[in-house]
Design a protein around this ligand. Structure first.
Ligand code: GAP
Length: 502
């Protein structure tokens, strides 16, 4: 997946995203505000595919469900969750121009080390030691402080104003709904409640397109369980020998250990779900193993609500956090009980339990961007290729299942191509239809957006009712009968090689 020139891959992806309709900055015609992005049709299709794969995979359990909830929540929610007090970022200000940045981020970028969890004072010391200057004017960085990252809102008018916030994570929407859902569902633990929805953070330095936004989509699953059962999982035997790749807290080298070995230090319920998450990335999203790892966070680095915290990281030009496996204990339900004065413990059989929470959390936009970055490649001109850019998305994640082209837009080929398109659509496939420009140009377009198969209708199709299927990756072609197309495309999307479809 090499790149032929020196233009940074981030710039190439952003340029491609604009040119082919993945995403671009929001409200562009009025001058955009950093950290807000809109999805165009290709990007929106990939995002929907990612979300549906996530649903299919994480909500397999009979007692796991998806819910939807308001994005705006009143202040007591965040007093209870601890966000009002603790959801803060360390900042540093330039004495001369007042430019403000996240202190840990400046250091991470300048010194290529992690600085999560350090106090503003500790960060300032490192800034001074390394003589790091303001990146806007070169002035002295001297003042530090903290900034709450939530967006406040006033709801209503006059004396009825209610101070509220845009939720900074979907998780809180689940916790405030836990009791009611438990009672209308099967009154059983573990209970999984998921939300795919928006989260909002007043990031001080939004950057790298979809990687650090101020409004973004999370896919989060909160698993409520009885803490007395933390040392087991009914499917433990299925995962115990599986190897997990992770960077230990404060470690210098990645490790690969079995789930059994990891369960000597961490509860089995936690380790089981870490394996489950790893399988999602390796088996469902088909991320090559070398681009995936967990990172264990130390006590200082962990989010304020977590007892155990592994980030999920993907390797772009550096390791990027795209998700996390969080053991939040009873931190949230206890907090909400206390502030709302409602007992959120539940009766399970003859036992009263205040459930603990294991959270599987993912940033959808970060995932979408990272997949584009990982699967994007450029091929030199050569025997096999005229030279092209291609995104080798896993087949099930591509924006369209296949493309349909008439070789030329005349002699009835276009009508025949439309028939083929309708046949495939009515069989449930998403189809990209294109009859403009040369076939070569059309191939280049679908390669760049990652469509895995192209079906071309040519003059032979008019005689014998056959079409060609071209595989995006190998650029090999086979000829099949139109009536067999839906079955062949189905098998192709399930992973069959093009030559085995003949
Ligand atoms: N409920 C737990 C939680 O919100 P988090 O690590 O703060 O944990 C979860 O966020 C995921 O959301 C991250 O792993 C990341 O993928 C995504 N995320 C966080 N901040 C983001 C931002 N500013 N822009 C895009 N994605 C973000």
């Amino acid at each position: 997946m090499a790149n032929k020139d020196k233009q940074p891959k981030y710039d190439k992806i952003e340029e491609l995203a604009k040119r082919r309709g993945f995403f671009w900055q929001s409200s562009e015609i009025h001058g955009s505000v950093a950290g807000f992005y809109d999805y165009a049709p290709i990007g929106a299709a990939i995002k929907r595919k990612w979300e549906n794969l996530w649903r299919e995979y994480f909500l397999q359990d009979d007692n796991f469900y998806e819910i939807e909830a308001s994005n705006i929540m009143p202040q007591p929610v965040f007093v209870a969750s601890g966000h009002l007090e603790s959801f803060v970022d360390p900042i540093v200000k330039c004495k001369k121009c007042k430019h403000t940045e996240r202190a840990d981020q400046i250091l991470e970028e300048e010194l290529k080390e992690k600085f999560e969890g350090k106090t503003p004072e500790e960060l300032l010391e490192v800034i001074k030691k390394h003589k790091i200057k303001c990146r806007s004017c070169g002035g002295l960085l001297e003042e530090t402080g903290i900034l709450n990252m939530m967006f406040p809102l006033n709801i209503g008018v006059g004396k009825n104003v209610v101070t509220s916030y845009l939720r900074p994570e979907t998780a809180q929407s689940v916790y405030v709904n836990f009791s009611r859902n438990f009672n209308v569902l099967r009154k059983k633990l573990p209970l999984g409640l998921a939300i795919i929805g928006r989260a909002y953070r007043n990031e001080i330095s939004p950057r790298n397109a979809l990687l650090r936004m101020r409004e973004f989509t999370q896919a989060e699953l909160q698993i409520f369980f009885d803490p007395d059962n933390i040392e087991k999982h009914e499917n433990w035997d299925e995962v115990k020998d599986e190897k997990i790749t992770y960077m230990p807290a404060n470690g210098k080298e990645q490790k690969e250990v079995t789930a059994s070995a990891l369960s000597k230090d961490l509860p089995k319920f936690y380790v089981y779900h870490a394996v489950f998450v790893q399988r999602f990335f390796l088996d469902v999203l088909k991320i090559p193993k070398k681009y995936f790892r967990f990172r264990e966070l130390s006590k200082e680095e962990r989010a304020f609500y977590n007892k155990y915290h592994f980030d999920v990281e993907l390797l772009l030009d550096r390791w990027i956090e795209v998700g996390g496996v969080h053991y939040r204990t009873d931190h949230d339900l206890s907090g909400h009980s206390k502030v709302s004065k409602q007992d959120l413990s539940v009766q399970v059989g003859d036992k009263k339990v205040l459930p603990h929470v294991l959270e599987l959390s993912f940033g959808v936009d970060r995932n979408v961007y990272s997949l584009m970055h990982i699967f994007y490649g450029e091929e030199e001109q050569g025997e096999k290729s005229e030279g092209r850019a291609v995104i080798r998305f896993p087949r099930k994640l591509s924006p369209f299942d296949c493309a349909v082209f008439p070789l030329v837009n005349k002699d009835g080929l276009n009508e025949k191509a439309k028939e083929v398109k309708i046949l495939l659509q009515s069989s449930g496939f998403s189809v990209f239809y294109d009859d403009s420009g040369s076939v070569g140009r059309r191939y280049r377009r679908i390669d760049e957006i990652g469509v895995p198969a192209a079906i071309t209708i040519d003059y032979d199709s008019m005689k014998d009712n056959t079409v060609t299927i071209r595989d995006r990756d190998e650029m090999k072609q086979i000829r099949v009968k139109v009536k067999d197309l839906p079955e062949k495309i189905k098998q192709f999307l399930e992973g069959k090689r093009i030559e085995d479809l003949q």
